[in-house]
Design a binder for this molecule. Structure first.
Ligand SMILES: NC(=O)c1ccc[n+]([C@@H]2O[C@H](COP(=O)([O-])OP(=O)(O)OC[C@H]3O[C@@H](n4cnc5c(N)ncnc54)[C@H](OP(=O)(O)O)[C@@H]3O)[C@@H](O)[C@H]2O)c1
Length: 285
């Protein structure tokens, strides 16, 4: 009864977290709807199927919680899971939350509040992922196919973070001694995770152009056009509209923030956007 259950275990942060914890010799349970055959630590888990929750939690005393993707309100699916985690004695839950607040995300804010209030609960509020600039994210797809970024965010900046640094921060919190991670102060139960600098889409496009040999331009559009990009990628209409509305917040500077949390938690500075792009030049060829 000492494993870390990693929900979204095959995803961008969950996959990197799995690798980091394995390097440290931590027992893990890698949860997804499509567990890798032949991996004894892989477990089938579906938010929409509560019958899978208890089996996934079996043997876990800590949980990395990636809420259901593409759902505006995660609570109805996550509540039964948390009740089961309480029942089985999980002592630490680390929630991946978003620092980018968008319309209709009250359920996500409520979930974060509940995790903060839970003994051993820690919320990682992550800024926009640098991995959004890679396919299959809709923005990354457009960069590959059309060489452009369609945005309504003007010159507003975001403290873009590499998902690998989110995983490193999560690993630190999940493996911290009880007295460190179980602390009582707000500062211990909530961390704003960002990269080292805030960049506009124009700044990001210039870096992509410089390091990939592929010209990437920014096309200013209206929020409705941004929603079209998400709809075309198959996202539900309400979620596409809500995600597109994030651009309005970026435009007025709401996400122009950087924190020292990655350095404080892991002892290493977060990756710069240029480092991220250089690590993925093959992707853009
Ligand atoms: N992108 C950003 O800028 C950003 C910023 C802040 C926070 N976030 C948050 O990051 C989280 C991860 O999003 P992502 O797009 O990067 O996804 P991801 O973590 O790369 O992939 C999703 C993971 O969840 C699993 N999954 C999908 N549907 C599931 C279901 N019904 N039940 C159980 N597992 C399921 C997937 O595996 P299977 O498909 O095999 O089940 C995969 O492991 C989201 O909650 C998002 O709000 C994103």
């Amino acid at each position: 009864m000492n494993a870390v259950l990693i929900t979204g275990g095959t995803g961008k942060t969950g996959g990197a977290l799995t690798a980091l914890l394995r390097e440290r010799g931590e027992p893990v349970r890698v949860a997804s709807r499509t567990p890798a055959a032949g991996d004894p630590e892989a477990v089938r888990f579906d938010w929409a199927d509560p019958a899978t929750h208890a089996a996934a939690l079996h043997g876990a005393d800590r949980v990395y919680l990636v809420p259901p993707v593409n759902a505006l309100d995660p609570l109805p699916l996550v509540e039964p899971f948390l009740a089961e985690a309480d029942r089985t004695g999980v002592r630490r839950v680390v929630l991946l939350a978003s620092a980018l607040v968008f319309p209709g995300s009250e359920g996500a804010l409520e979930l974060a509040e509940r995790i903060r209030a839970r003994p051993g609960g820690v919320v990682l509020r992550a800024s926009g992922f640098m991995q959004n600039f890679l396919a299959p994210h809709p923005m990354g797809e457009r960069i590959l196919r059309h060489g452009d970024i369609r945005t309504a965010s003007g010159d507003g900046r975001v403290g873009w973070i590499d998902a690998r640094d989110i995983a490193a921060a999560a690993a630190a919190v999940l493996t911290a001694p009880e007295e460190d991670a179980h602390g009582h102060g707000e500062e211990r139960s909530d961390h704003l995770l960002t990269g080292p600098a805030a960049l506009s889409y124009r700044d990001a496009a210039a870096t992509l152009t410089r390091h990939t040999g592929r010209t990437v331009r920014v096309v200013p559009v209206e929020p409705e056009d941004v929603a079209d990009v998400y709809r075309a990628a198959g996202l539900p209409d309400t979620f596409a509209v809500s995600l597109a509305a994030v651009d309005a917040n970026i435009r007025i500077g709401r996400d122009d923030r950087v924190s020292t949390a990655v350095l404080d938690l892991t002892g290493r500075p977060p990756r710069t956007f240029a480092e991220f792009v250089r690590d993925h030049t093959a992707h853009y060829r």
